[in-house]
Design a protein around this ligand. Structure first.
Ligand code: FES
Length: 170
């Protein structure tokens, strides 16, 4: 009878200790997760390093000397040009350049006759490699952003390397 009395007295105390421990773990877990999210907000991951292969077509999709416009995962246009007379690996004959002018963001166009990109807004001219040759972009030494291109030699599928998030390609 005396032992039962002790057990009844101890049980509420044990429950209190267990509840306190569980609450402590809960608080630590909650504040820990909050702290992790807070630090990720302060120091975001460098997502610009994440690059993905994006299938854009086969070799037949890109006639030599022509520029084909494709869109990346965010809808940004990329001018993919197959340069005539380029030897070596198939991907060496490709140039993938952003269609956005680095001056004020107008859309550039490929001029097949002149083998150059033209920005109609302020007559910015870029060569086939995206290097600014005249107009405001040349004065500011701003070239078109480039993207790497890969070609699968087995099936001729062509991929452009795009960033995996909202950052622009380098
Ligand atoms: S926006 Fe292209 S030259 Fe000005």
């Amino acid at each position: 009878m005396n032992a039962d009395f002790k057990t009844e007295k101890v049980r509420p105390a044990r429950r209190g200790v267990i509840a306190t421990i569980l609450m402590g773990f809960g608080l630590i877990a909650g504040y820990g997760l909050g702290a992790i999210h807070f630090f990720r907000y302060l120091v975001p991951l460098r997502r610009s390093d994440i690059r993905r292969e994006m299938f854009i077509g086969t070799l037949e999709t890109f006639p030599v000397g022509q520029s084909v416009t494709v869109k990346d995962l965010r809808g940004q246009e990329i001018a993919v040009t197959r340069i005539p007379g380029s030897g070596g690996k198939p991907e060496d004959s490709f140039k993938a350049l952003s269609s956005i002018c680095p001056h004020l963001g107008c859309k550039v166009h490929w001029s097949a006759g002149d083998q150059q990109f033209v920005c109609p807004c302020h007559m910015g001219i870029f060569d086939k490699d995206g290097m600014a040759v005249s107009g405001p972009p040349a004065k500011e030494n701003k070239n078109l952003a480039t993207f790497d291109v890969k070609v699968n030699s087995d099936n001729g599928w062509v991929y452009v390397m795009v960033s995996g998030d909202d950052d622009h390609a380098a």
